[in-house]
Design a protein around this ligand. Structure first.
Ligand SMILES: Nc1ncnc2c1ncn2[C@@H]1O[C@H](COP(=O)(O)OP(=O)(O)OP(=O)(O)O)[C@@H](O)[C@H]1O
Length: 259
């Protein structure tokens, strides 16, 4: 269930002519199978854009993105969806208000022609710690944390190997954040998923990630192991500053301890 990720010389420009902006000039990093790799950095540094390029939600980039050595561009849509899934920041915006949980979970199974659909939907709900009776609920009948669990269940239902997590807890209150992070941690331990996790919060990196890249203005300034946070081992000035600010703010206690 694990997959490696190689991003090589990824670049993208939005717009054309005099208003064109090169948002990612040249990004490279690798993620090992089963690793949780964080992307952190200032707002607008291009973290979400990297995930969108990886998932081909944005497809006009240059460079190479390889999943287990295979170019993501060469993967047919169906195969790509089976290999990687994305969980977005906003559990309110990512679920259609008129679709029941059953519809949300059933749709990918039908598109991919998978059988045993009822059993798969029930298992997905159980996997994310929700009762199967939630199949008949609509988004407005769910709390923010429950919605995010449904978004995770939707991502899991096709049994992908790689999850792209775009600030999966930042729209949630602190105690719910810890629950969702613990859920993601448990799922990775059980299934061996590879995670690529975008976050603003170094406490989340400290809790979840094996390594992380610090981004600034579309560039990876430094790639560090999680252990570099506690005693601020970074050598790039921006990475050092970011970690120092985070340590000063809250001592980068694990997110679970803050709940
Ligand atoms: N479709 C687009 N068209 C034009 N500019 C875009 C587009 N998508 C992103 N950008 C720009 O690219 C830059 C990087 O955006 P991105 O969302 O990747 O940053 P981020 O690091 O994830 O930010 P945040 O932490 O605030 O979510 C921003 O300046 C943004 O305005």
């Amino acid at each position: 269930m694990s997959v490696s990720v190689d991003v090589r010389n990824l670049s993208i420009t939005f717009g054309a002519g005099p208003t064109a902006v090169k948002v990612l000039p040249d990004v490279s990093f690798s993620v090992k199978p089963g690793e949780c790799f964080g992307l952190v950095g200032e707002s607008g540094s291009g973290k979400s854009t990297v995930l969108r390029c990886l998932s081909m939600l944005t497809d006009f980039w240059q460079g190479d993105i390889l999943l287990d050595g295979q170019s993501v561009r060469q993967l047919p849509l169906i195969a790509r969806c089976r290999m990687l899934q994305m969980v977005f920041q906003d559990p309110y915006g990512s679920l259609h208000p008129r679709q029941s949980v059953r519809t949300v979970l059933h749709e990918p199974l039908a598109i991919h022609g998978l059988d045993d659909r009822e059993a798969r939907m029930r298992r997905a709900l159980t996997d994310v710690g929700l009762p199967v009776s939630f199949l008949d609920r609509f988004p407005h009948q769910l709390s923010g944390g429950q919605r995010q669990r449904i978004a995770i269940a939707r991502a899991l239902i096709l049994e992908p190997s790689l999850l792209l997590l775009d600030e999966p807890t930042s729209a949630l209150d602190v105690s719910v954040q810890a629950e969702i992070l613990n859920l993601l941690q448990r799922l990775r331990e059980e299934r061996g998923f590879t995670y690529l996790l975008v976050t603003h919060d170094l406490a989340v990196v400290d809790h979840m990630c094996d390594r992380f890249a610090v981004m600034q203005r579309g560039e990876v300034t430094e790639i560090l192991p999680r252990e570099a946070i506690a005693d601020n081992h970074a050598s790039h000035p921006y990475a050092r500053e970011l970690i120092a600010a985070s340590l000063a703010y809250e001592g980068v206690r694990p997110a679970t301890a803050r709940a």
